[in-house]
Each structure stands twice: as structure tokens, then as C-alpha cells.
Ligand binder design. Structure first.
Ligand SMILES: Nc1ncnc2c1ncn2[C@@H]1O[C@H](COP(=O)(O)OP(=O)(O)OP(=O)(O)O)[C@@H](O)[C@H]1O
Ligand SMILES: [Mg+2]
Length: 239
């Protein structure tokens, strides 16, 4: 689903200060695309995601979605699971009481997600028994089960160790290649941006200052000259 930002702007005012978290920003996110937003702490990444999710109202400007009322999934830095529900129940959380064919969900979609996310053997386990990486896989499954048009991800893997993060990046790429959701993924990890993004937007102090297309096929080799150049371009852009 195409998303158009029109002079989208967010200013936070407190009695003592005014912060422009997002300066007026006009850009388009195209359908089925993997977008990365990268930038230093405080540059406005979360603000942009929260505006997209409708968790904040813009100070001025607007967001136009191709279709009204798009389904938007949000994956946070921490998994936010319900401790009293099993892995399967957590994934199904939020969809149970809707008029959905729960038979199809239980028989097909949930097993597919458990398998794709490497959670088959954890289906009946409770969150307290999961590692951080496994818990984040459950959070991803819960979002994917909602079948969102757009998935917003705010540093979803940043609390994980290198190897766990790498595993989750690969899983997310596989899912993206199978299902081609529109993803807007915030990170401050340059390597993660390079491995995942079809397009990398760099933010600095509330503005999108670079917009880089990445026409490099997936399973990107971090030592290839194209990728090394891209890394330089990003590092210069972020400064
Ligand atoms: N509710 C709020 N009230 C006042 N200021 C805010 C609020 N939320 C964010 N800000 C300010 O807006 C700016 C952008 O914050 P934001 O959380 O979007 O940054 P970020 O790029 O996500 O940073 P990080 O990488 O640390 O998560 C910061 O200066 C922050 O202090
Ligand atoms: Mg943030």
C-alpha cells in the first residue's frame, strides 16, 4: 500500500522548550517495499513511526494512505507479550474475538508462522521460559497473524545479541520475500540497514536528509565493493 507524507510535521512543546521532532516532510513509501530509517538517537525516527501508526497526531501536514483504514502492525523494541498466555495464545492474541475463521487460523496460518519463525517446539511454552530472541519472534508472529498492510518496526532487534539478531534478520527477509508487506523499519545499526533495506532514509535532527535506493539483491555480501560504498555513503549521511 502506498503511503504519502505531505509536509508531515511534529513539534513537541513544553512550558520551557519547543522541539521539532519532525520537520515538514514530504515523501512516498511505495507498495511492498522494505524501507529503513536510520539515524542517531533523538533524530525523530520513533516520532515518524508513531505518526504513521496514528499514535501521535501531526502538528501540521498529513499522511495519505492509498486505501482508507489500512491495517498497521507495530513491532516494538521489547516483545510486550502476555505472561499468562502460551506462545500460540500470544500469537493469536488480538484476533480471537474478531469474526475470523479461527479454524483456518488454527490449522494453517498459526502453524505456518510457528514453523517460519522457528517456534514449532515452543508452541505451548510461556514467555518466562523464552529467550529474548524467541520472545521477539513471538511478537513478530503476533503482528503477522493480523495480516497488516504495513508493518512498522522500531529497533525490534536492538536488544538482541549479534547472532540472535542475525537469525531474526534472515527470518524477516524470508518473510518479506514470501509475503512482500510494506515494511518501515527503524534502526541505528548501519549493518542492519544494509542487510535489509531496499531503500534507506537517513534522518538528522528531525529531517530526512538522504534517500538511498539499494538495488543490491538480498543475501548481501558485506565485503562486496557495492556494499562497502553504500556503508560509506550511509556513514557520511548520518554524520
Ligand atoms: N512526548 C514527547 N514530548 C516532548 N519531546 C519529545 C516527545 N517524544 C519525543 N520527543 C523529542 O523529540 C525528538 C525525537 O525523538 P524520537 O523519540 O522520535 O527520536 P529517535 O530518533 O526515535 O531516538 P532513539 O534512537 O533514541 O530512539 C527528541 O528530541 C525527543 O526528546
Ligand atoms: Mg526511538
Amino acid at each position: 500500500m502506498t503511503i504519502q507524507l505531505n509536509a508531515l510535521n511534529k513539534v513537541y512543546s513544553t512550558p520551557s522548550t519547543t522541539v521539532t521532532a519532525l520537520a515538514p516532510t514530504t515523501l512516498t513509501f511505495t507498495e511492498h517495499s522494505f524501507n529503513i530509517i536510520v539515524g542517531k538517537s533523538g533524530c525523530g525516527k520513533t516520532t515518524l513511526l508513531r505518526l504513521l501508526a496514528g499514535l501521535e497526531l501531526p502538528s501540521s501536514g498529513n499522511i495519505a494512505f492509498e486505501n482508507p483504514n489500512p491495517k498497521i502492525g507495530f513491532v516494538f523494541q521489547e516483545p510486550r507479550l502476555m505472561p499468562w498466555l502460551t506462545v500460540t495464545e500470544n500469537i493469536a492474541f488480538g484476533i480471537k474475538n474478531k469474526t475470523t475463521d479461527t479454524g483456518e487460523l488454527a490449522n494453517t496460518r498459526i502453524p505456518f508462522l510457528l514453523a517460519t519463525l522457528g517456534l514449532e517446539n515452543f508452541a505451548q511454552i510461556y514467555p518466562s521460559q523464552l529467550s529474548g530472541g524467541m520472545a521477539q519472534r513471538v511478537a513478530l508472529g503476533r503482528t503477522l497473524l493480523q495480516n497488516p498492510d504495513i508493518i512498522l518496526m522500531d529497533e525490534p532487534f536492538s536488544a538482541l545479541d549479534y547472532f540472535t539478531r542475525h537469525g531474526l534478520q534472515q527470518t524477516l527477509l524470508e518473510l518479506f520475500q514470501k509475503e512482500r508487506k510494506s515494511i518501515i523499519f527503524v534502526t541505528h545499526d548501519v549493518e542492519e540497514a544494509i542487510l535489509l533495506g531496499e531503500r534507506i532514509l537517513i534522518m538528522q535532527k528531525g529531517s530526512v536528509t538522504s534517500d538511498i535506493s539499494v538495488p543490491i539483491p538480498y543475501q548481501r555480501d558485506l565485503s562486496s565493493p557495492l556494499v562497502i560504498n553504500l556503508r560509506k555513503q550511509i556513514l557520511i549521511g548520518i554524520e
